[in-house]
Design a protein around this ligand. Structure first.
Ligand code: CUA
Length: 312
């Protein structure tokens, strides 16, 4: 992780980071100069024109055309510079190059999932360096916002509509991703990483991350567990997260919120993945996204086989 950078932002690592920073520092330093000038003038006038005796009268002030024209014209020019410059950078950030590599991003309470053109899925974002990458983003539940400070890109992620951002990473490294739209109790934990690889390392990662044909169902389930983001809410070591741990889950008996109880078997797990709100485990909230309803039979079997293996 790049630990250089400034008080305001981490070290930039995308092709447009420098332009965003230049604009930011232009606005910043103008604000500093004007702030200091206004405070200095205020202090000077307070002292210069303070009331010395009870019968003091303020001196008569005459208008100054030059002064008035100056404080209208100079700020107007500054605002126009910031607008023109800002609009140019905004357009560059908004329009991805047509040859950009496209990755689908799915936000959900409270994890991110990334889908690559060759069918690979991951819960951390892997990208090649020196190549434009476009993220096509949507949410399965509420508003989220996808923010990579090192790339200077941030965009809301909405249910029922695509939004997108693009960037070109300039060095191979790992960068932090934040959710920057309050989305529920685990909002602050909705974190992931961007891993920027050299081009050849990225190709290798893509090849190796596909599910091998000869994998057992439980091995495929283990991959799905991380790729689909299950680990954000279901631990494997008994730790209590947002949802029940998978450790020792299979074969156990759950108390349900309605007072009844259920034995955890294949059919219970199947129903709980496809339709999470059907049976709520006592002591847990009904917050699992319904987005897993689209899993294939093969994926369901694999996940259930994986959960069955998680015995203490
Ligand atoms: Cu997702 Cu905050």
């Amino acid at each position: 992780m790049g630990d250089k950078g400034t008080f305001w932002l981490p070290e930039g690592a995308s092709t447009l980071a420098g332009e965003v920073d230049a604009l930011f520092y232009f606005v910043y330093w103008i604000s500093v100069v004007i702030f200091v000038a206004v405070i200095a003038a205020m202090v000077y006038f307070m002292i210069r024109y303070r009331r010395r005796t009870p019968h003091d009268r303020p001196p008569v002030v005459h208008e100054s055309k030059v002064l008035e024209v100056t404080w209208i014209v100079v700020p107007t020019i500054l605002v126009l510079i910031v607008f023109t410059w800002g609009f140019k950078v905004f357009l560059k950030l908004g329009v991805a190059p047509p040859d950009a590599y496209e990755i689908q991003v799915v936000g959900q309470k409270w994890s991110w999932q990334f889908n690559y053109p060759n069918g690979v899925r991951s819960s951390e974002l892997h990208v090649p360096v020196d190549r434009p990458v476009r993220l096509q983003m949507s949410s399965v539940d509420v508003l989220h916002s996808f923010y990579i400070p090192a790339f200077r890109v941030k965009q809301d992620v909405l249910p029922n509509r695509y939004t997108s951002i693009w960037f070109e990473a300039t060095r191979a490294d790992t960068f932090q991703v934040y959710c920057t739209e309050y989305c529920g109790t685990q909002h602050s934990g909705m974190l992931t990483k961007v891993i920027a690889h050299e081009q050849s390392a990225f190709e290798t990662w893509l090849q190796e991350s596909g599910i091998p044909d000869d994998a057992s169902p439980a091995q495929r389930g283990a991959l799905l567990y991380t790729q689909l983001g299950c680990q954000a809410c279901h631990s494997l070591d008994g730790t209590r997260l947002t949802g029940p741990s998978f450790q020792g889950l299979y074969g156990s008996t759950h108390g349900l919120a309605d007072g009844s109880s259920v034995e955890v078997d294949d059919n219970y797990l199947r129903e709980s993945i496809l339709e999470p709100s059907a049976k709520i485990v006592e002591g847990y909230a009904n917050v699992m996204p319904a987005s897993y309803g689209g899993l294939t039979e093969d994926e369901l079997t694999a996940l259930i086989a994986f959960i069955e293996e998680q015995q203490p």
